[in-house]
Design a protein around this ligand. Structure first.
Ligand SMILES: Cc1ncc(COP(=O)(O)O)c(C=O)c1O
Length: 459
């Protein structure tokens, strides 16, 4: 069952149909509507549902299924459903279900029980911090109900409302409702493009900061998602180091969302965690500014379990997180189950190996369908998405409004994918596709529908 991000699917509060925000300061672009009895902030957050998501609501009413091949193919959620049955079986075997612990029925420490923080530390040290030289310890971890929840708590710790966080683009549009909608913090877009391998040059960072300063916005942090959602790119150790240095030398926090760390299926560029980079190259004081986010939602394909963790050496941040996490705890029995599964090294090694092999195969099969239908794409090496290039379907000198028009045509042709504008791509015409939540039979169908639309529009 797919669902539209940020939509209850119920009554619409707003029917705006613009192509969405494309400026560099998202907060100032947010439209608030005072026509209802709700608070301004709740309306603002509702209005962050992108125009694309609003348009797709009707497409969600007729979804592709095994028995409805003419339904709409929705590939907007970064899901990894391949080994759900195997995971569910292991989950069912957890001791907690047959031997419940009475204490778990009561309030527990909000940072997470010791066994789950120890299990996360061991897991991350093996599968994320691959240098192996700088292990994280359980007491440097605070858990919460998902990476989004721990991100929100981290933003709460490092920025006040109206401050700014620099975010390296293109980035996942789901950051906006949290950073700006819930925390009232401006997102300052740091632009990148293929000419710098999608990594910001020092000039791009300086320019983004200058622009924030010109608008009177005080920046407190720089954030990246590595491997990148939406690009599926892994950033190199050198790229990470230069940017971490740029941030920490200015006293900014550096936030690295590494939720896709164990989805790397092509390690031409080896994944190196910001934790390892900071531990190897920065002073202890600067290391306190570097924070890593991890969770099992993507590597294990289990976002429904709601587990995430912030890893930091900063004692003050750990204290704030401990206080804030009282609102965002994962239920204690689920923490115990996750601790048991992560500690089952045979299960985890086998699961991770199969996941990576399958992701690679699925990606090969999806991209070969794209090639067969003449659709260009940016080859990913990690993650659960592929960015396709539909610039040939746009007029010359295209705008993001042209991209949105194309998006609507795609939706009407049964193809629901994320327009680049929502992710702050540098130019119109790039779309993010998340193929791995649907069976491979959909790959050819989706590519065929795009190719048919191409033929219609260019005939
Ligand atoms: C980059 C990124 N961070 C965080 C999340 C959300 O993670 P969680 O399910 O653990 O809250 C997503 C989900 O798509 C994501 O793509």
């Amino acid at each position: 069952m797919q669902y539209a991000w940020w939509s209850h699917g119920g009554n619409e509060l707003s029917t705006g149909e613009k192509s969405g925000t494309s400026g560099t300061q998202l907060k100032t672009n947010v439209q608030t509507q005072l026509t209802s009895s709700l608070s301004k902030r709740s309306l603002a957050i509702h209005n962050m549902q992108t125009a694309a998501d609003k348009y797709a609501v009707k497409a969600h009413k007729n979804l592709w299924t095994e028995t409805n091949h003419s339904g709409n193919i929705v590939m907007t959620l970064a899901e990894n459903r391949n080994f759900n049955e195997r995971f569910a079986q292991r989950l069912g075997e957890c001791a907690i279900w047959t031997k419940p612990i009475l204490e778990d029925l009561h309030y527990n420490h909000p940072i997470g029980v010791q066994p789950v923080r120890e299990a996360i530390a061991r897991h991350v040290n093996q599968y994320v911090f691959k240098m192996g030289k700088f292990p994280v310890e359980a007491n440097q971890i605070v858990t919460g109900n998902g990476v989004l929840a721990v991100l929100e708590n981290l933003i709460y710790a490092v920025a006040d409302a109206d401050d700014g966080i620099l975010v390296i683009a293109p980035f996942w549009h789901g950051f906006v409702p949290i950073i700006t909608g819930r925390m009232g913090v401006n997102i300052i877009v740091v632009k990148t493009d293929p000419s710098t391998y999608w990594w910001p040059s020092k000039n791009a960072l300086d320019e983004a900061l200058r622009e924030a300063n010109r608008s009177g916005i005080k920046c407190t942090a720089l954030m990246v998602c590595n491997p990148s959602n939406p690009l599926g790119k892994v950033f190199s150790e050198q790229q990470m180091l230069s940017t971490i240095r740029w941030a920490t030398s200015r006293g900014f926090h550096f936030i690295s969302d590494e939720i896709y760390a164990a989805t790397v299926f092509d390690d031409t560029v080896p994944f190196v965690s910001a934790w390892d980079v900071a531990s190897e190259h920065l002073s202890p004081q600067q290391q306190h500014l570097v924070h890593v986010l991890w969770g099992p939602s993507k590597d294990f394909g289990v976002p429904g379990l709601r587990m995430g963790a912030i890893l930091t050496k900063n004692p003050q941040v750990l204290n704030v997180e401990a206080g804030a996490s009282v609102f965002t705890m994962t239920s204690t029995p689920m923490q115990r189950a996750i601790a048991e599964i992560l500690s089952d090294s045979t299960f985890v090694a086998d699961f991770m190996r199969k996941t990576i092999t399958h992701l690679k195969q699925s990606c090969d099969s999806f991209t070969s369908e794209l090639r067969r239908h003449g659709i260009n794409y940016i080859a990913p090496s990690a993650g659960l998405f592929v960015v396709i290039d539909l610039r040939s379907l746009l007029p010359s000198r295209p705008t993001f409004d042209d991209e949105f028009d194309l998006y609507k045509k795609l939706c009407d042709a049964g193809v629901v994918i994320t327009p680049g504008n929502d992710c702050h791509t540098p130019e119109p015409g790039l779309f993010r596709v998340c193929p791995f939540g649907l069976p491979e039979t959909c790959y050819s169908l989706l590519s065929g529908r795009i190719a048919d639309l191409h033929a219609d529009l260019t005939s």
